[in-house]
Design a protein around this ligand. Structure first.
Ligand code: XMP
Length: 512
């Protein structure tokens, strides 16, 4: 069943805006984030059930402050303004906004002073999270104040007839404990959504849409070893079966077991048409003697395209290229409807050169949604829940020369590290955990009665929300001890293990 319900979130630039989209989806309603420059005509095409005006860093009265197309208020669509969105709605409809005497940041208690469907189920008030420097001073015609806080006399507003509401607080953040309820109230009590968007029917919906789009002809898909391309490929395979060819290039820079897993899953289990290219030697040859990280990245990206093109030429002429672009890729690229190709991953630049049409079934999904869909599609949990892994793979975790021997060292150390973290039940608590092999760093050790002079392995484990910032994971000493013991025992060449305790910033997560 295809969902007809879309809620449009207009983006005014607050850092929480993706969260608004997520909260709506958690209420089983499909939502999209659109730039504030989107015209009412474009919005009309989507036939939104409701519109949310997001927060943002500006003041509505400052020159050049972003606005929403004024006509949006005449569409008869329910609107909820959040923070800047509320101020903007008040301002554009004739109310006044001014700088608050005191900037309000942090928790506050919202007293509900007027019954409103937005607050259905909440008693007299709510604990809310505030973050604003401006406030609504006077209301536009037809509006009433429905909530206030100690510092903000107009903290929630509503126009029942037009179904327009505004809240100065942030219902989307966890610090507003009943925020999800407020968002649901808006969706269901105010806007009359039915909430039929579930992950099961996303799968059906996607498959139907792919069948429509790829009615005939051939599609190819590069599998990177990661979850996005695997889920995209599986969806397309379900839609068009044998007309999909998957290409997996084993560049030899993946972690232990990953190449095998892709092959087994897609070949044996899903019986997909999978071409596995053993390009390990070719990549190693190209990388020989290369030490500079950016040069490594470029060589790998370039070689990937070259191998992919060569392989694609051996297949029947393809018309479509399947890519695992996810929503954060789209948003990070600045909303452009034009696709940004994940440069690091696999097939950057290909669609242009090969003149292929893109199929991107995951384009509007968040990573965790992709993962749950992957689970439902029967992909193995180790693949579905895989940590983020850089496109250039182990190449950027080996400082200096990349040789077969050094690859093996880092791969085995990495395997031990991850195995022990898993055994300790900490797998989902760390964002990334991996081993790094530094260049030319040897130290003296003693093994039995003998002096050793061996390599060092650096362990790096971080916790993070989004990879923009990170802190080192406080792994229990016993776990670290076990890992260190196993690495020095099981890897002849390694006689020392160190743990990286640098946060990001100033460090980065990867070493290169
Ligand atoms: P840094 O090291 O910049 O990494 O803190 C942030 C996140 O990005 C990943 N990363 C990459 N991913 N190609 C990728 O696809 C790359 O070249 C690359 N470099 C870093 C890194 O693993 C972390 O999750």
């Amino acid at each position: 069943m295809l969902t007809n319900e879309t809620v449009v979130v207009i983006d005014f630039g607050a850092q929480y805006n993706q969260l608004i989209v997520r909260r709506i989806r958690e209420a089983n309603v499909f939502a999209r984030l659109l730039p504030h420059s989107t015209s009412v005509e474009e919005i009309r095409k989507i036939k939104p059930k409701a519109i949310i005006l997001s927060g943002g860093p500006n003041s509505v009265y400052s020159p050049g402050a972003p606005r929403v197309d004024q006509k949006i208020f005449n569409e008869g669509v329910p609107i909820l303004g959040i923070c800047y969105g509320m101020q903007l709605m008040a301002y554009q409809l004739g109310g006044q906004v001014r700088r608050a005497e005191k900037r309000e940041y942090g928790p506050a208690f919202l007293e509900i002073i007027e019954d409103a469907p937005l607050f259905a189920g909440a008693r007299k008030g709510l604990d809310v999270w505030m973050s604003h420097g401006d406030q609504v001073l006077s209301l536009p015609a037809g509006f009433k104040t429905i909530g206030k806080t100690e510092n903000t006399s107009i903290a929630a507003i509503g126009n029942k007839e037009r179904k327009f509401y505004g809240v100065q607080f942030h219902p989307e953040v966890a610090h507003t404990p009943e925020g999800q309820k407020i968002i649901s109230n808006f969706l269901f009590e105010v806007a009359g959504c039915s909430g039929d968007w579930t992950e099961e029917n996303i799968i059906e919906e996607k498959i139907t849409a792919i069948k429509e789009r790829v009615k005939k002809g051939i599609a190819i898909c590069g599998l990177s070893g990661g979850v996005d391309s695997a889920v995209a490929a599986r969806l397309v395979q379900k839609a068009i079966g044998d007309r999909l060819y998957c290409i997996f290039i084993n560049h030899g820079l993946l972690r232990e077991g990953e190449a095998r897993e892709i092959e087994e899953t897609f070949n044996r289990e899903f019986q997909a048409k999978l071409i596995v290219v053993d390009a390990r030697k070719r990549f190693l040859d190209k990388l020989r003697g290369v030490k500079d990280p950016e040069e490594k990245r470029q060589i790998i990206g370039h070689e990937f395209i070259a191998v992919f093109e060569e392989e694609a030429q051996k297949l029947p002429d393809a018309d479509y290229l399947v890519q695992g672009t996810v929503y954060s890729d789209v948003i990070e690229s600045g909303h452009g409807e034009a696709s940004r190709i994940k440069s690091h991953h696999n097939v950057g630049g290909l669609p242009d050169r090969m003149n292929l049409n893109l199929v991107e079934p995951l384009r509007e999904l968040f990573k965790d949604e992709v993962r749950r869909i992957g689970d439902m599609l029967g992909l193995p949990p180790s693949l579905v829940w895989r940590q983020p892994f850089p496109g250039p793979g182990l190449a950027v975790r080996i400082i200096g020369d990349i040789t077969e021997e050094r690859l093996e060292t880092v791969r085995l150390a990495d395997q031990i590290f991850r195995q022990e973290i898993k055994k300790a039940g900490l797998e989902r608590e760390v964002w990334q955990a991996f081993a790094v092999l530094p260049a030319d760093l040897r130290s003296v050790g003693v093994m039995g009665d003998e002096r050793t002079y061996g390599s060092t392995i650096i362990l790096r484990a971080v916790t993070s929300e989004d990879a923009m910032t990170a802190t080192w994971a406080r792994l229990p000493y016993e776990v670290l001890e076990r890992i260190s013991g196993r690495i020095t025992n099981e890897l002849d060449r390694v006689n020392r293990v160190v743990y990286d305790i640098t946060p990001k910033p100033p460090g980065t997560i990867e070493w290169e």
